[in-house]
Design a protein around this ligand. Structure first.
Ligand SMILES: [Zn+2]
Length: 344
């Protein structure tokens, strides 16, 4: 089969790799219907040291079950399924607590010996715990929105949930990438009435407004903080959803959070030290968030997509075939595409 490999910064290739087969009785093989490129794939695409051997990449996919191992129940050939961005047994103590990203028998797509999502097919470890059956056909128009259940929609939701977003909270979202826009959608879905979106790409913030943002602040840094304060009577918002992962975004988040408020970060942090000084202590600021256990949220978010109440798939603004995946990476890196859908 064909699959995507990353060799180093700026070097993504689509090559022949071995066809996936069942290794363990808990495995399934899934033929990929849709995959996509993640903002977090752009970190290695920007900085990975070059290697002679490529690494498999891609952690968001939905597809059709082709084969299941003898210990997999509840799934069968022909089922349309979505996979969260890590695989997990969904039965251990961490999974039971809703933290499938810490599963004792789980792991990451594209790790050594594990397929990545940006290919024609995937061997899915712990298939019964990992995969969620979708009540749609292979040609459903909902596939792009259902694909966001792999990562960006649950990640935006996790950010809003850990920040305590609800009808009584005001919200600032830092970042107008696919996760930031998903966080706007999630905050709106959880009842927030005031949602300030910080971002400077008008096409993206326009979609953010359609997703529920009530105000857009294009300014960055101190100027952006000042603007949010102006909009909130000088106080900032109860919840701040940091969806970038760079230190200036986190500093902005601390600048716009209201005293006693919560900053949640779901942007994969590209910094090591967190600037939480005595000033934030005196203001009773909480920092939370982290990698989203997408699996924990899929059943909760699925009905609203099936009913058409939310359309998180609108974050995809470009679709490519498998051979054009390298162009898709470059388009996202150049900010010419918000999020690239892959049809293998
Ligand atoms: Zn587990």
């Amino acid at each position: 089969m064909r699959a995507t490999l990353i060799y180093g910064a700026g070097d993504v290739r689509v090559e022949d790799v071995p066809d996936p087969r069942l290794h363990e009785p808990t495995d399934a093989v899934v033929r990929v219907l849709r995959s996509c490129v993640c903002g977090s794939d752009l970190w290695p695409y920007g900085a990975k040291e070059h290697a002679a051997e490529g690494d498999r990449i891609g952690h968001e996919f939905l597809g059709v079950v082709e084969e299941v191992g003898s210990e997999v129940s509840g799934l069968g050939r022909g089922d349309v399924v979505v996979a969260p961005f890590v695989w997990a047994d969904n039965t251990c103590d961490f999974c039971t607590e809703g933290l499938q990203t810490s599963c004792r028998h789980g792991g990451q797509w594209g790790a050594p010996g594990v397929d990545g999502g940006q290919g024609e097919a995937v061997r899915v470890p712990q298939a019964q715990g990992t995969l969620v059956k979708l009540p749609v056909g292979e040609d459903s128009a909902l596939l792009p929105s259902l694909l966001t259940l792999s990562d960006v929609f649950p990640t935006g939701h996790h950010c809003a949930v850990t920040a305590g977003v609800g009808p009584r909270t005001t919200v600032t979202v830092v970042g107008d990438g696919a996760v930031g826009l998903s966080a706007v959608l999630a905050a709106k879905r959880l009842g927030a009435e005031r949602i300030i979106l910080m971002g400077r790409h008008t096409d993206r913030t326009d979609l953010g407004r359609e997703f529920g943002a009530t105000d857009v602040v294009a300014e960055r840094g101190a100027e952006g903080v000042e603007k949010v304060k102006e909009l909130t009577g000088g106080d900032g918002t109860h919840a701040v959803l940091e969806c970038v992962g760079l230190k200036p975004a986190l500093e902005t988040a601390f600048g716009v959070v209201r005293d006693g408020g919560v900053v949640s970060r779901v942007g994969a942090p590209q910094y090591s030290d967190v600037p939480m000084d005595g000033g934030l202590f005196m203001r009773n600021i909480t920092l939370t968030g982290g990698v989203a256990p997408a699996r924990a949220y899929i059943e909760e978010l699925l009905p609203d997509i099936l009913d058409g109440k939310v359309e998180p798939g609108r974050v995809f603004d470009r679709a490519v075939g498998l051979d054009e995946v390298p162009d898709g990476y470059q388009a996202m890196a150049d900010r010419k595409a918000l999020k690239v859908l892959i049809r293998p």
